[in-house]
Write a protein that binds this ligand. Structure first.
Ligand SMILES: Cc1ncc(COP(=O)(O)O)c(C=O)c1O
Length: 300
């Protein structure tokens, strides 16, 4: 059984240990994707003799303040020892000839290719940073931010939050808030926030297309239409939402600033003329020249 430890779309935190119990009662193993959970809640895999224990946990560095491209899979050594590696490459073998191969023991068996050493060191530094935080205060700070944004969003009739939007029911959710702004494309919202307000949000389907299409009640006909378009490199009509997600460094003032900008966008009170690129579906302000970024990259 593979489940998410926390949804990166709605922030929902499922009862993973309860699901683990049911999984073990059925004689199966459980893997929990903790990419969204790891920086926000403590993760206890539990002792092996407990029915609620987690067999496998995986996480990604870029969601816990480390750079892109490194992650971790934690699982029982004897399980990993039983199977050939999913990816084969440098470092995975003990002995190999043209006739036979003897795989190395885990973890080397499961780490094909030259490792991302810098990424691993950075991931370790991030984990150390998180370990040194007081998790109780990380959780209560995030809940304060989440309560505040939900209360403010509730007052804007053109905005619909997906997933739980109850500001007083925060126990089983993280500070991940996905919403639709009536009448304005999700990519346009993200572009205006990014280019004019300096606010980084994500938009689109968040690598969770089936979940999003289900929640947004996208009809079969609409799906068939945008699928054909996307397969012809036109991503302009792919449905999606805008997502705000909090790190431990965010503040109440930043939320007020975001709300102020969402209200400005709804009043068409922004300065750029935005056009939509066909192949990516992204919006850019007219006259935007990506080479201005060179000024930031010029360290000399
Ligand atoms: C719950 C969840 N799983 C998986 C991923 C993807 O991780 P990766 O890009 O390392 O495959 C993300 C976000 O990046 C996520 O939030």
């Amino acid at each position: 059984v593979a489940i998410t430890g926390a949804s990166n779309v709605t922030g929902f935190v499922p009862p993973i240990h309860q699901i683990a119990e049911w999984t073990h009662q059925a004689g199966a193993l459980i893997l929990v994707d903790c990419a969204q959970l790891a920086a926000h809640r403590p993760i206890d895999m539990g002792p092996h003799d407990d029915q609620g224990h987690l067999d496998f946990v995986c996480l990604s560095g870029h969601k816990i303040y480390a750079p892109y491209g490194t992650g971790a899979l934690i699982g029982p050594g004897e399980f990993l020892q039983r199977y050939p590696p999913a990816l084969q490459g440098g470092g995975t073998i003990e002995v190999v000839t043209t006739e036979e191969v003897y795989w190395a023991d885990p973890p080397e068996r499961n780490e094909a290719g030259s490792p991302n050493v810098v990424g691993a060191v950075a991931l370790a530094a991030s984990l150390q940073f998180i370990k040194n935080l007081e998790m109780g205060s990380v959780i209560s700070h995030e809940q304060d931010l989440t309560r505040h944004i939900l209360r403010r969003l509730m007052k804007i009739p053109q905005i619909q939050v997906f997933g739980s939007s109850d500001p007083d029911r925060l126990r089983d959710r993280l500070g991940v808030i996905s919403f639709d702004v009536q009448g304005i494309h999700h990519a346009k919202i993200a572009a205006i926030l990014g280019f004019e307000a300096g606010i980084g949000v994500r938009n689109g389907c968040f690598c969770a297309h089936p979940y999003l299409l289900h929640m947004m009640k996208v009809s079969k006909e609409r799906y068939a239409r945008f699928k054909q378009e996307a397969l012809h490199h036109d991503r302009r009509n792919i449905p999606g939402l805008t997502r705000v997600s909090f790190g431990c460094y965010n503040t109440i003032e930043e939320i007020d600033y975001l709300i102020e900008w969402l209200e400005r966008i709804l009043q068409r009170n922004y300065s750029g003329e935005y056009f939509q690129e066909r192949t990516t579906g992204a919006y850019y302000p007219q006259g935007y020249d990506p080479s201005i970024l060179n000024d930031y990259l010029n360290f000399s």
